[in-house]
Design a protein around this ligand. Structure first.
Ligand SMILES: C[S@@+](CC[C@H](N)C(=O)[O-])C[C@H]1O[C@@H](n2cnc3c(N)ncnc32)[C@H](O)[C@@H]1O
Length: 248
């Protein structure tokens, strides 16, 4: 699996740089062609609007009408309202909202940990992709959640997270499940997607003192990019990014 090259420009924030670096690889591979992009659970458009600014046609499907209203405002302010379509709907029922096999790229970021049936969502993602199209999937990492609970002294919660097969910490947990590289890959493969790359996102960003991040964001960025593809660092990241493809 390849290591990302250093990111630059507006998408170089340490917390998202790895994801943008992988996405940029796919956009570059398509040699500047305008792509059809679907962002499932895309929220207020943190990824959708920059992709539209880069010339791509982006559809955001999200269950939350308030998030979609914010997305529409943000797209209009960026001057790309004509390239962003906001659709209220459920990620596991995309067939009625999006033409099957019509998307070059589908994003599904920070969604699989909160939905009722993650396999149905991933199957919907695969159905929306044209053969050869790519999926960008970001999920919460289980190991980082166990470590952070333990480091904060919540040993009972850490133990519950470690023991639960889904990586859930109990009734007060805001996420229904978390993943490791193997469980996330298995899920994507079950939907017929071929996993090409796995990176850790926020390997160290959440662990270092805020002052270190503020004083030298470039050093943090370089460290994040260097550690992102390398186990065991990758596997301790707060989030895991999987880049997968629908086989032709
Ligand atoms: C944590 S936010 C992530 C937003 C965005 N993808 C990002 O990475 O910044 C989760 C989003 O998923 C949406 N969502 C949750 N369940 C959903 C579902 N079943 N179908 C569609 N969207 C859903 C929420 O409304 C919310 O906007």
């Amino acid at each position: 699996m390849s290591r990302p090259t250093p990111a630059s420009g507006p998408h170089a924030a340490p917390r998202t740089a790895v994801v943008w670096t992988v996405l940029r690889g796919e956009l570059d591979r398509r040699a500047g062609q305008p792509l059809t992009v679907l962002d499932v659970g895309g929220g207020t458009g943190g990824f959708a609007v920059p992709l539209a600014e880069a010339g791509h046609q982006v559809t955001v499907v999200d269950a939350n009408p308030d998030a979609l209203a914010a997305l529409i405002r943000r797209a209009a302010e960026a001057g790309v309202g004509d390239r962003v379509r906001a659709v209220q709907g459920d990620g596991d029922a995309l067939a009625g909202l999006v033409e099957p096999a019509s998307m070059d790229l589908v994003l599904c970021h920070s969604v699989l940990e909160v939905v009722d049936d993650p396999l149905r969502v991933v199957e919907s993602v695969a159905t929306a992709l044209r053969p050869g199209g790519a999926a960008s999937v970001l999920v919460a990492g289980r190991a980082a959640a166990v470590l952070s609970r333990a480091m904060n002294g919540h040993l009972d919660v850490a133990a519950a997270l470690l023991a639960d097969p889904e990586g859930n910490a109990g009734p007060r947990d805001t996420l229904r499940r978390r993943y490791d590289a193997e469980s996330a890959s298995t899920l994507l493969r079950a939907a017929g997607l071929r996993v090409e790359e796995i990176h850790g996102v926020r390997v160290l960003a959440d662990l270092i003192p805020a002052s270190a991040a503020d004083n030298d964001p470039q050093a943090l960025l370089a460290l994040e990019l260097a550690a992102a593809a390398r186990p065991p660092f990758r596997d301790l990241a707060a989030q895991l990014h999987l880049f997968a493809r629908r086989t032709p």
